[in-house]
Design a protein around this ligand. Structure first.
Ligand SMILES: [Zn+2]
Length: 829
């Protein structure tokens, strides 16, 4: 059995384990004193587990360098460890097991990640576990329904901040090391325990309400301190705590509330109770748009909602992962709109978050929101657009269906009844039925247990609303009139539909916007008259949500090959410059670039790239000085200039300072690198100029950007080296691997990499069997070849029917993306 097989726990075996064992407490002692020594690959970890058992043997999960000692009820047992599971025997009714082991510092963001800052040489550590990497740090029962009181005791260099879910109670030691013992946690699952340590920059604040007083901390690397806008972070945090305290009527359960922004992070954020981890991308080194600030506020509130939904009450197994994620995703937007200055949060949700769901829901691997998750690998891949964005969309409907008051009353009862416990979907439905008096089972069947979406179209001269995949919707149709070139909402009709065709009586209107208000989850098409009105006046609609829905409809129709790609690009050219919602603008610019690279046929692509470059250039020149729109156009210029070189000289002159940048545009390090990538990809800047840029910004971000720029140079030998490094160089961190992959694919230069197509299909199975899932997934997804036919991928799928299901899922998804490209391209011929 390979380690990866042993590591892949199944639902059945974990259910049997939790039935046989009642876990009480886990004490974890970690020694990270030598973390600053790069030669030191591992750290000592000792775990003491106390539990009752009705079985004589079981296994305890651990992945690391070695297991040195296993002591069961005072007697040492021979170590029986297969790399993932430690077998223990001789259990009694009540047990104490101690396991001494050596864990490995991580460079992939899984487990205990170690990072050394190139700016000041400082070493930083943090943990990331979900769904199942706490076993890379401590011997434990790695399944969400085995909750315990955890006590962490950490020995670390003196002078460091040492953090965990709880506050420290005792600190001892002197000289070069300190030992910090934290208060025991309340009962929590292993995947939300957390540790961070290092010379982090710290700021503090307090949130008080009535009797409650919660200490707030915010942390980032010392070298980022000057960029850390903790005031806004704390403001949103306090607004969120006010809001959730009231809405959930259950006092914040975890004592203090620390939020730490960490390097080389694989995701947006993680809801560890009392110590939430965030990606450093939320510490803005350069200028940031209002959309980025809105995104950060949304994430802060999403994680905060998890303190109750997910942490206090936790799913029994990963089948119900969606339950906590859709709830938190819904709350991220809901609380943003209700409690912060980001009152437009639902427009961003409609335009961007739902696009993710619609995309995922059309893949052959889509699944019901309530998913069947037989094992951990399947769980890892289910952190997807269905679980988050479709789940949240559907939850939004449920709130409309039972009413907001009944929904929150149900949530409050659910928290009270299940605090510190585990639940399944049924427990929530019971609570909602009790609070609303409505039958939510039919809703659950129609929306949670099905896949795909309906497409809504007005037919027969706008007298019939037709839907594919019929299901019940409550929706609104907005009627807009063109008046002096401006589209104005005159009327709206709200209706329930269920059947394939529903007769409708709609007012005469230039634009009929199906799903106005974004009440339901469906692709809504524009009829030809509406499309013409939109072509003329989309940007004049005085409602960001409505514009977002129109942009979303246009994008879905383009992806489906129903709206010709060139017609879509023309609408973008005409109306993006006047789009005032920065989030919608940034999304639209990205979609236009994607359309050119993926949906146009080869013979028109170069011309479209050149034209798009001029559109973006003009957008940048015309944008309001210092605005978020200006910054969005400047970033879009980076991509446009990486596939067409007509503006390389102008960009280089701005970077050199020989030509002025547009007024109000700060050429900070982040923006400079975006442009440097473009110059590298078209061959304008070579190794020396890239190294010069690195000497201006020798930081973590700078080094990662330089890895990408160097690998982007359009030379066959450079791309070949990058290709080999991506697959073979195991010293690459998660971020540097991502940068190397981006370099291999830079500039849309298939001609430079098509000779590796065969190699790709030979490498993916071995890489899946030997590398961590995070690294393997990045490789399999990121380097999938854009072949001109499906032959190669189909041959691999046919020849590898027994490959791991999760690997096949990724390949099947990539195949589908390619099939869509080829299909839409053919329609656009
Ligand atoms: Zn979440």
């Amino acid at each position: 059995m390979s380690t990866n097989l042993a590591a892949n726990l199944s639902r059945e075996e974990t259910a049997a384990r939790s039935a046989a064992i009642s876990l009480h407490s886990i004490r974890v002692e970690l020694d990270i004193t030598d973390a600053v020594n790069a030669e030191q690959t591992g750290f000592r970890t000792s775990t003491t587990l106390r539990f009752d058992a009705v079985t004589e043997d079981t296994w305890i999960d651990f992945i690391g360098e070695t297991v040195e000692r296993v002591i069961v009820n005072g007697a040492e047992q021979p170590v029986a460890w297969d790399g993932a599971r430690i077998r223990v025997a001789g259990l009694q009714a009540s047990n104490e097991i101690r396991i001494d082991a050596v864990g490995a510092y991580s460079r992939s963001g899984e487990g205990l990640h170690r990072f050394t800052d190139p700016v000041d040489g400082a070493t930083y550590l943090y943990t990331q576990y979900e769904p199942a990497d706490s076993r890379r740090v401590m011997a434990c029962f790695e399944q969400p329904d085995m909750k315990a009181e955890y006590t962490f005791v950490i020995t670390a260099p003196t002078g460091w901040h040492v953090l965990s879910n709880q506050s420290p109670v005792v600190t001892t030691g002197g000289g070069s090391a300190q030992t910090v013992e934290f208060a025991p946690t309340k009962r929590i699952s292993s995947y939300i325990t957390s540790v961070a340590a290092g010379p982090y920059h710290r700021v503090s604040d307090t949130w008080t309400k009535g009797e409650q007083r919660v200490q707030l901390g915010a942390f980032c690397r010392a070298s980022l301190a000057e960029h850390f806008d903790h005031k806004e972070i704390f403001e949103v945090t306090r607004q969120g705590l006010d809001f959730f305290d009231e809405a959930f009527d259950f006092a914040y359960p975890w004592g203090k509330y620390d939020q730490i922004f960490v390097p080389e992070y694989n995701l947006g954020a993680m809801e560890n109770p009392g110590l939430v981890t965030f990606t450093e991308a939320y510490v803005f080194r350069g200028a940031a748009t209002e959309a980025q600030r809105e995104g950060r506020a949304n994430t802060i509130l999403h994680e905060m909602a998890h303190m109750w939904f997910g942490d206090l009450v936790t799913m029994t197994w990963w089948d119900d992962l969606w339950l906590k994620e859709s709830f938190a995703d819904y709350m991220g937007s809901h609380a943003s709109a209700a409690a912060t200055r980001f009152t437009d949060a639902w427009a961003s949700f409609a335009n961007r978050r739902k696009a993710w769901a619609y995309e995922q829901d059309q893949l052959p691997t889509t699944h019901p929101i309530v998913a069947d998750i037989p094992d951990l690998e399947a769980a890892k891949l289910n952190f997807d657009g269905i679980t988050y964005a479709k789940g949240a969309s559907v939850l939004k409907q449920l709130v409309a269906f039972v009413g907001e008051e009944a929904f929150f009353a149900g949530a409050r009862a659910y928290f009270r009844d299940h605090a510190y416990g585990n639940t399944t979907l049924d427990d929530l439905l019971v609570a909602l039925e009790a609070s609303s008096g409505r039958d939510v089972r039919a809703w659950s069947t129609a929306w949670l247990e099905t896949t795909g979406m309906s497409t809504l179209t007005l037919e027969d001269d706008r007298t019939v609303l037709a839907q594919t995949d019929p299901r019940p919707h409550r929706l609104r149709i907005g009627a807009f009139a063109l008046s002096d070139g401006v589209l104005v909402r005159r009327d709206s009709v709200e209706l329930d539909i269920q059947d394939e065709r529903t007769p409708v009586d709609l007012p005469d209107a230039d634009l009929l916007l199906v799903n106005d208000g974004d009440l339901t989850y469906a692709k809504a098409r524009l009829d030809e008259r509406s499309l013409k009105a939109v072509e003329r006046a989309l940007s004049t609609i005085d409602d960001a949500l409505a514009r977002g829905l129109v942009w979303s409809s246009l994008w879905n129709a383009t992806r489906d090959g129903e709206l010709p790609a060139l017609r879509y690009l023309e609408i973008v050219r005409r109306h993006a410059p006047a789009e005032s919602h920065v989030g919608i603008l940034a999304g639209t610019l990205a979609n236009a670039a994607f359309t050119i690279e993926h949906y146009l046929s080869d013979d028109v692509r170069d011309e479209a790239r050149a034209m798009w470059l001029e559109t973006v250039w003009e957008g940048l020149v015309q944008a309001e000085a210092g605005s978020g729109s200006q910054l969005s156009w400047a970033r879009a210029l980076g991509h446009a200039a990486s596939v067409a070189d007509a503006r390389s000289g102008d960009i280089a002159a701005m970077l050199d300072g020989t030509a002025p940048a547009p007024e109000g545009l700060g050429l900070d390090a982040d923006l400079r690198w975006i442009w440097v990538q473009a110059l590298a990809a078209v061959g304008t800047w070579g190794k020396d100029r890239i190294r010069e840029e690195l000497s201006r910004d020798d930081t973590m971000s700078g080094r990662t950007a330089a890895v990408e720029a160097l690998a982007s140079r359009p030379k066959p030998r450079v791309r070949e080296e990058a290709w080999r490094a991506a697959w073979e160089d195991e010293s690459l961190t998660n971020d540097h691997l991502g940068a190397t992959i981006a370099g291999v694919r830079a500039g849309g230069r298939r001609d430079l990499i098509e000779r590796f197509d065969t190699d790709y299909f030979e490498r993916i199975l071995p890489v899946w069997q030997t590398r961590s899932i995070e690294i393997a997934r990045r490789l399999v997804r990121g380097l999938f070849p854009a072949t001109p036919t499906l032959d190669a991928v189909d041959a691999w799928l046919a020849g590898n029917a027994d490959a791991p299901g999760s690997l096949r899922r990724i390949v099947i998804e990539q195949r589908d993306h390619l099939a869509r490209d080829l299909n839409v391209r053919a329609k656009n011929l």
